[in-house]
Design a protein around this ligand. Structure first.
Ligand SMILES: [Zn+2]
Length: 513
């Protein structure tokens, strides 16, 4: 009834009727074909007044939200809340239209208004020029700084982000801002006001599917990225089939993504991603944040060479406990935008290292917020893994390591690395010395020892001793000068006091007497 009354108001406008028709058909288009999400709206007519453009964009948002309502009728309570939200937004829009006022900047930007978006930049036109209007200058600088050999390659990369929640939405935004080539977003959920403690989504998105709301925002941030929005549940039989098909090249059947990022919150979905990636031999990264919101982790899974998600199941699953029974009625898990942001940052940092081939990609990296502790480890594949696809991948991996081709390639790689390291060593440090800074080796150092501030980095010379420039001295003697007198001065002496004596001394000291 609420929807009908809103429909009557909106249908007074012919343009709105057309948008409603196209919005309702877009769900049919998207579901079976898994096509890339269509462009959101035709370009505005040039002679149009700004107010009309803003209203049009706002109405488009509302249409998309109505579409989301039709496709998410599972929870009656959620549906009523979503309808109320859409109706309130529609009434605000009508009030603005009646008064002839422009929509606020916030509303217009959320609605995907084209005024502030920029023109697309082709991959070949990505420039390192340092000007305020170049969105890639700071990223391309990674090349000049010698971190990445060819940053432009990011435009050839594709990433699937499964789960567009607290971690996934932020990861998707990071990849968008980094200029990823294609982003495939998967989620079956809609945005709720209860998600507002997290980053990325805004109250205006309430009721929209997470993937559509994300694509609208991300396209405004970076129109160069190809976005694909998949509003679906990958844990159903049909959903899993559609998920795997969407990751494959239809002609070759091989994976068409460079990386899959799992940003889901349950074991079932992780096992589905694990299965799809094992079957395609696709590297993926798993991420998670604990229920109490103060720890998280990421893990890189390369079929055959590292553990798959089933190799080392979570304790809860290994103990045979049904995950669903852990959720208590009326008790919701905590979440912090800070922890989610940390985990998303760790995840995308390693995704970039993996795709652009720089630094070391984390195998497993944990984060404990309470202790600021970052455990790091390598989780090896389990030869007795329950998953047959994993065991087959492990066997193929072992055979590959034994093959003469791989050994030859490995020798070439090692030689190239050694040559690069030698070249690096031979290179003068700080060739461009604009400030004319020079390092004084000191009087005693000579060539055999490096100075603390000098080249070599370690601060310790070949003789195991450190030398200092004039005017600086160590507050404690260095090991080679540790004489008997100093040892005597600092060593702990046995006073013969027993524990009770020491306790008494301590209580006297702490009472201040
Ligand atoms: Zn396994």
């Amino acid at each position: 009834m609420l929807l009908r009354s809103f429909g009557a108001v909106a249908s007074s406008d012919d343009a709105t009727r057309r948008r409603l028709a196209s919005a309702s058909s877009s769900s049919e288009r998207r579901a079976p074909s898994l096509d890339a999400m269509a462009e959101p709206a035709p370009p505005p007519a040039p002679a149009r007044a700004p107010i009309a453009g803003d209203l049009r964009a706002e109405i488009e948002t509302l249409c998309a939200q109505i579409e989301a309502l039709w496709t998410n009728v599972d929870g009656a309570g959620e549906l009523v809340a979503s309808i109320a939200n859409v109706r309130a937004q529609a009434q605000r829009t009508i009030a603005v239209a009646d008064e002839g006022l422009p929509l606020s900047h916030t509303d217009a930007s959320v609605a995907g208004g084209g005024a502030t978006t920029r023109a697309k930049i082709a991959a070949d036109d990505m420039s390192a020029e340092v000007i305020d209007t170049n969105p890639y200058s700071r990223l391309m600088a990674l090349q000049r700084m010698g971190i990445v050999s060819e940053y432009k390659k990011i435009r050839e990369k594709s990433v699937a982000v499964v789960g567009v929640g607290g971690v996934g939405s932020v990861a998707a935004e990071m990849l968008t801002r980094c200029g990823i080539g294609r982003l495939q977003l998967y989620d079956f959920d809609t945005v709720e006001l209860a998600n507002m403690n997290r980053l990325f989504f805004r109250p205006e998105h309430a009721g929209m599917t997470k993937t559509d709301a994300a694509v609208r925002t991300l396209r405004d941030i970076n129109p160069d990225v190809d976005y694909e929005s998949y509003h679906m549940n990958i844990t159903t039989v049909e959903g899993f089939h559609r998920f795997t098909e969407s990751l494959k090249d239809p002609h070759t059947g091989a994976s068409r993504v460079d990386l899959v990022l799992a940003c889901v919150d349950n074991y079932e979905a992780r096992m589905c991603i694990n299965q799809a990636c094992l079957e395609m031999r696709q590297t993926w990264m798993e991420s998670g944040v604990s229920e109490d919101a103060v720890s998280g982790h990421i893990q890189t899974m390369t079929p055959g060479s590292s553990a798959c998600f089933a190799c080392v199941p979570p304790l809860v699953v290994a103990s045979g406990i049904d995950e669903k029974t852990l959720k208590r009625e009326g008790v919701c898990a905590a979440s912090l935008p800070t922890t989610m942001g940390m985990v998303a940052g760790m995840l995308v940092q390693n995704a970039l290292k993996h795709m652009l081939n720089f630094g070391d990609v984390a195998k497993y990296l944990g984060y404990s917020a309470l202790k600021d502790y970052f455990p790091s480890m390598h989780v090896h594949a389990n030869p007795e893994c329950d998953n047959g696809a994993c065991v087959r991948a492990q066997k193929d991996h072992r055979e590959m390591l034994e093959s003469p081709e791989w050994k030859a390639a490995d020798a070439l790689r090692a030689a190239a690395e050694a040559a690069a390291a030698a070249e690096e060593d031979a290179k003068a440090l700080h060739e461009e010395n604009d400030w004319g800074i020079s390092v004084d080796g000191g009087d005693e150092g000579g060539d055999e020892t490096s100075t603390v501030a000098g080249a070599g980095g370690g601060g310790e010379g070949e003789k195991g001793q450190q030398t200092l420039t004039a005017g600086i001295e160590f507050s404690m003697p260095t090991s080679d000068k540790l004489d008997a007198e100093t040892v005597e001065q600092f060593k702990v002496k046995d006073t013969g006091a027993d524990l009770d004596d020491l306790m008494n001394q301590l209580s006297v000291l702490s009472s201040g007497k």
